[in-house]
Design a protein around this ligand. Structure first.
Ligand SMILES: Nc1ncnc2c1ncn2[C@@H]1O[C@H](COP(=O)(O)OP(=O)(O)OP(=O)(O)O)[C@@H](O)[C@H]1O
Ligand SMILES: [Mg+2]
Length: 409
């Protein structure tokens, strides 16, 4: 796949304010790419730089192999859905959607009509064509803005929080529609969101941004399972952190057999089965045990002594350089820990604990469990399987954990 978008050394200043700091980023043709980060981190600015609404202070933006310096937005192969979706209130829904098509001499009135209908159907607004735009709800207006961009079938669609005004159900519906559309039409999507679940569910790759910088670019699973820094780990999902000390480095993996991956991911094309799994909610309703990061025979391992948990061996690629000696922190996701119930498989490691807090979600229960010598209670996510009891505060329990799921910082 070719690089469709390539940013090199991009800097953006608003006066003295440094909004984008040395951004290097490539996005491939046909990719579903997300920019994820807290409010004010520069997501919209980065999108506007790609679309040509902002000039860079330094660095280059190359689209389809062409340097975009001085190229205005309307001459770029991009189309942007703005965070504040401005639709024309005095026009009808259909006129709004058809707006950009009018300039296209190659599209006659009849095809324009059918393209508009197709786009409205896509966003769940079939039959709304004649409605005045001012007589729509906020979520419906947002969908009109989306249809207006989709109808033009640009090479790159830049979406700035296009689903923020939709309720949960509608948002999930639109997520499915957007993935489908992207898969069939092959448009490259760059989606801005501050909703981590949305980014994980939808994207081929995600860039996590903080304060004008990119913290990590990776596929959703890699980002979730092997965050490269503590701030990425803290931003994506929940993670327990424990103090630890590196006691040795070297080969010594106990190889773990793992079935061959059933559906390898080709960037830009999410296999049906995978998309279905993703859309059912990767994290909240995620299974257990979640992490089984495989150890390859002879793979270098890092040995640790973890506060309260004791000795562990972690694959080297889960410990970034700079975290391979001395005092470190170990990260462990709630769903990679388990409270052991009768009949459960023997874990690689176990230790006793006491339930400190119970939060019941229906399908899941989140426990905070105190473990001797662990400074903070450990958060553990358990699926509420049939017949499995929900423990109460103060009860003693046994915790199972697997050192292959740990990440070192
Ligand atoms: N035109 C401008 N002039 C001065 N500062 C600006 C301008 N536009 C954005 N900024 C500042 O740049 C920073 C990044 O803004 P940006 O809109 O890119 O954030 P964001 O990540 O999209 O946030 P949000 O999730 O809230 O939309 C913010 O601190 C913002 O105040
Ligand atoms: Mg924004």
């Amino acid at each position: 796949m070719t690089d469709l978008i390539s940013l090199k050394g991009v800097q953006k200043y608003y006066g003295d304010y440094h909004a984008l700091r040395d951004i290097d980023l490539t996005i491939r043709g046909g990719e579903f790419f997300s920019l994820l980060g807290p409010s004010g981190c520069g997501k919209t600015t980065l999108l506007r730089v790609i679309a040509g609404f902002e000039e860079v202070s330094d660095g280059t933006v190359v689209l389809s192999g062409r340097d975009m310096k001085g190229v205005p937005p309307n001459e770029r192969p991009t189309n942007m859905v703005f965070q504040s979706y401005a639709i024309f209130p005095h026009l009808s829904v259909a006129q709004n959607v058809a707006f950009g098509l009018r300039k296209r001499k190659d599209i006659d009135k009849a095809s324009r009509k059918s393209l508009v209908e197709e786009a409205l159907k896509m966003v769940g607004l079939a039959g709304y064509g004649d409605r005045r735009a001012h007589a729509l709800s906020g979520g419906q207006r947002q969908r009109v803005a989306l249809a207006r961009a989709l109808v033009l079938k640009p090479k790159v669609l830049l979406l700035d929080e296009p689903m923020s005004a939709l309720d949960r159900k509608m948002r999930e519906h639109m997520q499915v529609e957007l993935i489908r559309l992207q898969r069939h039409v092959g448009i490259t999507f760059v989606l801005v969101t501050h909703d981590q679940e949305e980014a994980l569910v939808m994207s081929d790759r995600i860039a996590v941004m903080f304060e004008g910088e990119i913290g990590q670019v990776d596929e959703p699973e890699a980002l979730y399972r092997r965050p490269k820094s503590r701030r990425v780990a803290e931003f994506i999902g929940k993670m327990n952190f424990l103090p630890a000390r590196v006691t040795g480095i070297g080969p010594g993996a106990t190889p773990v057999a793992r079935p061959a991956a059933q559906d390898e991911v080709v960037p830009g094309r999410i296999p049906q089965s995978r998309a279905a799994v993703k859309l059912s909610g990767l994290m909240r309703r995620g299974g257990e045990p979640a992490a089984d990061t495989p150890a390859t025979p002879g793979e270098a391992m890092i040995s640790l002594d973890i506060a309260g948990l004791g000795q562990a061996q972690v694959p080297m690629h889960q410990a970034p350089e700079g975290a391979r000696e001395g005092e470190v922190a170990v990260g462990v996701r709630p769903e990679t820990l388990a409270i052991l119930f009768e009949g459960d498989q023997a874990p690689r490691h176990e230790c006793p604990g006491t339930v400190d807090e119970v939060v019941y979600y229906g399908d899941m229960t989140y426990y905070d469990v105190r473990v001797k010598d662990v400074p903070q209670p450990l958060t553990i996510a358990m699926k509420n399987l049939m017949g499995r009891p929900v423990l109460e505060v103060g009860q003693s329990c046994r915790i199972g954990w697997d050192d292959r799921a740990l990440v070192v910082f």
